[in-house]
Design a protein around this ligand. Structure first.
Ligand SMILES: [Zn+2]
Length: 223
């Protein structure tokens, strides 16, 4: 056991892990009961896409029931520990692991600086960091090749056409990322909730215009 593990164990004594789904305090961020429950709620739907800037997409869940409640709780109620719950669920999901293994780089949809300051964390980035940490042998690199340049109106308040216009030009390539120039690599964009797909499609458009050709999407939940 290395120092880091000892520290984590010690922290667990004072702040024991809590299941992100049911709130049960115990020894895991995803209790046995909720492990089964979330497995039943998985759709793991893979689609090849022809009318977007990305080539394929995998949806893990439908955006409903407890998945919807937990995602809302995670995003808006300052419960950052829930990242561990989703990371654990993803690590245990063979379809997700197989899909992710096809890519070289994984990039979360970025938040604007204002939103990031307000929430304190990018909810998707935390899940991915935890996923990569849990899967020690995984070959994927978490990269931050995109930035959100400006604040936009919340997409959830707009209809489909207005969403596409609203998000247009909101992202750009993060040229400080050394990985952003490896455009021959396969890149996977990840978001939490997929509704009309305008946000993620705009991220894919920026990456494609920069030169990436092989672009996939992973959405935790399909609305
Ligand atoms: Zn639970």
């Amino acid at each position: 056991m290395n120092i880091k593990n000892i520290v984590e164990r010690a922290l667990d004594l004072f702040f024991p892990p809590k299941c992100g789904m049911c709130g049960k305090i115990g020894d895991s961020y995803l209790c046995n009961k909720c492990t089964i429950l979330q497995t039943q709620l998985q759709i793991n739907k893979h689609e090849i896409v022809y009318d977007k800037y990305f080539n394929e997409i995998l949806f893990i869940y439908e955006y409903k029931d407890i998945i919807r409640d937990v995602l809302i709780n995670y995003k808006f109620n300052d419960k950052s520990y829930i990242c561990r719950t989703f990371a654990q669920a993803m690590c245990d999901n063979d379809k997700v692991n197989e899909y992710i293994e096809n890519f070289d780089y994984i990039v979360p949809v970025p938040l604007s600086r204002k939103r990031l300051t307000k929430r304190g964390y990018n909810q998707v980035e935390l899940i991915l960091r935890m996923y990569i940490k849990n899967k020690e042998k995984c070959n994927i690199n978490g990269v931050y090749s995109l930035i959100k340049k400006r604040e936009i109106k919340p997409q959830s308040t707009l209809n489909k056409n207005d969403r596409a216009t609203n998000i247009m030009g909101a992202f750009s390539i993060n040229r400080n990322s050394k990985y952003c120039y490896d455009t021959e690599k396969k890149i996977l964009i990840v978001d939490d909730i997929y509704t009309t797909g305008s946000t993620i499609n705009e991220c894919a458009r920026i990456l494609r215009e920069f030169g990436f050709e092989s672009i996939g999407v992973l959405a935790i939940a399909k609305d």
